[in-house]
Design a protein around this ligand. Structure first.
Ligand code: ADP
Length: 301
């Protein structure tokens, strides 16, 4: 089967991650132990996760004219993502300053940089959306841009998967163009006013929805159809950062391949679990072989 064409519209950040014995207090300087620089931002993570999961991934987004932009573009492309449409905006790239303590606490400052000015999709960008099987979007870029992409996708018959993170209220115009919503408890509350106690409230606003519940699995529902819990795969938790991104991307790839949605949610659960057993976000996104191996390793817990 041809690889499904998945366009991811969203953010790209350079994550600057320092590890130290403890987090610094106000005005304190702490001597750190390690430093790494990795590609991040939900858009970039999900584009990389799509490529790893076996989809033909295209990223639509904006990077800055600084050296971080150059590095980001090269690293995301090296993961197998088509970066030919990425915009270079004069100024700084999105940056996340992350401090992690030996005890596992962390503190993060994100400056959106170029992501904040990613607006007004061009004909070429809209053409990529229209030519895709699936559009995947999140909310770390202006919501007007997400809406514009979703409306173009809807018109062209491209399926729209919205991972509504970080939590915020959404315009009715955008919700009306969503085919499949992926949210966690907090994000669900921001949209329907209800979380895990009543996930079916999401079906008042979108035709299909997934509510992810970490190690407790996920809930899947479709309007007028199936509503069911999909258990998680049992893995030894190391770091669940990126699990939601791995989940959303694998789900989009499986749906783009024409798989049944409940089966697609199960396969996506294997992707989320495979990510949770490794440290890091974009570096721990699982390959298709890893997802398949966990998926086949037996029934979810
Ligand atoms: P988010 O980070 O967006 O809140 P979740 O933590 O709910 O997302 O993770 C998304 C999916 O990844 C879950 O529905 C589940 O299938 C899988 N997952 C996450 N954490 C674990 C874990 N500790 N064990 C097994 N599966 C997990």
């Amino acid at each position: 089967m041809d690889r499904p064409r998945v366009v991811v519209v969203g953010s790209a950040n350079m994550d600057l991650v320092a590890t130290a014995p403890k987090l610094p207090r106000s005005a304190e300087t702490v001597l750190g132990t390690d430093f790494v620089m990795v590609a991040g931002g939900k858009g970039a993570n999900q584009a990389i996760a799509v490529a790893r999961a076996g989809g033909a991934a295209t990223f639509l987004g904006a990077i800055g004219s600084d050296s971080f932009g150059v590095t980001l573009k090269a690293r995301i492309a090296a993961a197998g993502v088509d970066m030919s449409h990425v915009r270079v905006v004069y100024g700084t790239s999105g940056v996340a300053l992350v401090t992690v303590s030996a005890g596992g606490e962390h503190a993060v400052v994100v400056t959106p940089g170029a992501n904040a000015s990613f607006a007004g999709l061009t004909e070429a960008e809209l053409g990529a959306v229209r030519a895709a099987d699936v559009l995947v979007a999140q909310l770390e870029i202006p919501v007007e841009t997400v809406t514009q992409a979703a409306l173009a996708a809807r018109e062209a018959g491209t399926r729209v998967v919205l991972n509504a993170a970080p939590p915020r209220e959404l315009p009715a115009e955008l919700l009306g163009a969503v085919d499949l919503l992926v949210v966690n408890d907090l994000e669900a509350r921001a949209i329907s006013g209800k979380g895990r106690e009543a996930p079916e409230a999401l079906l008042d606003v979108v035709p299909r929805a997934v509510l992810t519940l970490g190690a407790e699995g996920a809930w899947y529902g479709e309007r007028g159809g199936r509503c069911q819990h999909v258990p998680a795969f049992k893995v030894e938790l190391v770091d669940s950062t990126g699990a939601g991104d791995a989940f959303t991307s694998a789900l989009a790839v499986a749906w783009g391949e024409g798989r049944d949605l409940v089966e697609a949610v199960r396969w996506a659960s294997a992707a989320g679990a495979a990510c949770a057993r490794r440290l890091g976000a974009s570096v721990s996104l699982p390959s298709r072989a890893e997802i398949d191996a966990l998926y086949r390793s037996g029934d979810p817990a």
